[in-house]
Design a protein around this ligand. Structure first.
Ligand SMILES: [Fe+2]
Ligand SMILES: [Fe+2]
Length: 136
């Protein structure tokens, strides 16, 4: 696989991270305003997503690319905290599917290892958010 293709995949992953950061921070702020514990969880996990975004951007630059910093139109979920958490569960599932696909396709060992590390954290996030959803 050539470098440009890897950079393209990494930019797709980066878009997902940026989307997650923005959705989690916005939903966390509202939930915290309602003194809901879910706000702390979403805020904390947004910081993990920022770390992922930084790792991906570093890899892109190392491969000679530029971090695109784009994202889809934001969908925050519905109006309640429960709706917000349902939405972040969806985003984690999408991220997991995309990382698995990219890990299988990319043949650069260093990139693969980093994506595997991120994937493990996304699986942990999904478990946290699913547990949170049951409590709400
Ligand atoms: Fe992430
Ligand atoms: Fe995540």
């Amino acid at each position: 696989m050539d470098r440009d293709k890897i950079v393209e995949f990494l930019n797709q992953d980066l878009s997902g991270e940026i989307e997650a950061i923005l959705v989690y921070m916005r939903n966390a702020t509202i939930a915290l305003g309602e003194a809901c514990k879910a706000g702390h969880d979403m805020e904390e996990i947004a910081f993990d997503e920022m770390r992922h975004a930084e790792w991906l951007a570093d890899l892109i630059v190392e491969l000679g690319g530029k971090p695109a910093m784009t994202h889809r139109e934001l969908d925050f979920g519905g109006n309640s905290v429960r709706d917000f958490v349902r939405r972040v569960v969806e985003l984690e599932k999408e991220a997991i599917a995309m990382y698995k696909e990219h890990i299988a396709a990319i043949d650069d060992e260093k990139v693969k290892e980093k994506l595997q590390h991120i994937l493990r954290e996304e699986e942990w996030h999904l478990a946290e958010f699913e547990e949170l959803l049951e409590e709400l």
